[in-house]
Design a protein. Structure first.
Length: 341
């Protein structure tokens, strides 16, 4: 078989581990041939490829990012986009496609599968918000990076008696904020699933200072204030219709200092969470996903995604992966609230 591989959406640690596992097992066990599509869906849309064999995947296990490149190209919004992909796949002799990505990338894969293209999906998102899998690779690394930052910020916060706000990724789901805030000993955690009351946040900050400690507030980029309590400015949209986020940390910095009188500073981790070496857990999970994805292709399965259920890797319909986001349950958030203030 001749198999295409692509990585779409935001990069995250572990992508190269998936590519390596797919190619190593595909070539050495099944004797398949691979074509790498460059820059997400732009690759099959425009026929942009690279050689992808065992020599190309040597040494990439610990590397962050993706050797294939990525983009947020949405072929569904391009006139004749699906037909162009079908034509390019035929011309290149591609029998099946492995798409590694999150909600948007796998949403495109789902529609291509409905058009008869053989597609197997691999879940990727540092936000850990895909509903069909217990965990996605990249999440553990992002949390660890955030925790390392929080640990360092505790010391400077105490030294200067400041309230420090740490803005982490999380557009619609607050998993990174919840896990890093709990592990890092944050005094307030704000997530998209639970609109926050700025007055209550300031009460937590004041209470912390009264005990002669400096507070750490961890906030997901998609967190929003309760309706009518604080105005936020909307951003521009990307190709998939998502608002470009960022700025909630600055809002909190300004409001907390103005309302409490205590000096406040924000730290936006941003793309730092995406970069660098994946943790051991993410390397192993990504590798297992890759091994099971090539198994699915070899066995002629299509329209499926590999997923983690407990400790097992299973196959689920691609449509299940994008049907609904996995958000933080309020009972999990309630566990964290014990440590607020």
């Amino acid at each position: 078989m001749r198999i295409g591989v692509l990585t779409g959406g935001g990069d995250c640690p572990g992508l190269n581990a998936v590519i390596r596992a797919v190619v190593r097992k595909g070539v050495e066990v099944y004797e398949h041939e691979f074509v790498g599509f460059r820059d997400g869906w732009r690759g099959p849309l425009e026929g942009v490829t690279m050689e992808l064999g065992v020599p190309q995947v040597r040494g990439i296990l610990p590397r962050g990012g993706t050797i294939l490149g990525s983009s947020r190209t949405n072929p569904i919004k391009v006139d004749g986009g699906v037909e162009r992909i079908e034509a390019n796949l035929r011309e290149l002799g591609i029998d099946a496609l492995i798409a590694i990505g999150g909600e948007d990338t796998l949403g495109v894969a789902t529609q291509l599968a409905e058009h008869g293209i053989n597609v197997v999906g691999v879940p990727k998102t540092i936000d850990n918000d895909l509903g069909a899998t217990d965990y996605t690779f990249g999440f553990d690394t992002a949390v660890q990076i955030a925790v390392d930052a929080i640990d360092r910020l505790h010391t400077t916060a105490e030294s200067h008696h400041r309230a420090l706000i740490v803005e982490v990724m999380g557009r619609h789901a607050g998993w990174i904020a919840l896990h890093s805030g709990l592990a890092g000993g944050a005094n307030v955690i704000l997530i998209p699933e639970r609109p926050f009351d700025i007055d209550l946040v300031c009460e937590y900050v004041t209470a912390r200072f009264k005990r002669h400690y400096a507070p750490i507030i961890v906030v997901a980029e998609g967190a929003e204030p309760a309706e009518g309590t604080l105005a936020l400015q909307a951003g521009e949209l990307d190709a998939f219709g998502h608002v470009r986020l960022g700025g909630i940390g600055a809002v909190l910095e300004r409001e907390i200092e103005a309302r409490t009188g205590f000096e406040s500073r924000q730290t936006v981790l941003g793309h730092v969470q995406r970069g660098g070496t994946p943790t051991a857990y993410d390397r192993i999970l990504a590798t297992r996903f890759g091994l099971h994805a090539i198994d699915a292709v070899h066995e002629g399965d299509s329209g499926v995604m590999v997923a983690l259920r407990g400790t097992d890797i299973v196959r689920v319909p691609l449509a299940d992966a994008t049907r609904e986001l996995k958000t933080v349950p309020l009972d999990r958030y309630a566990e964290a609230q014990v440590f607020f203030g």
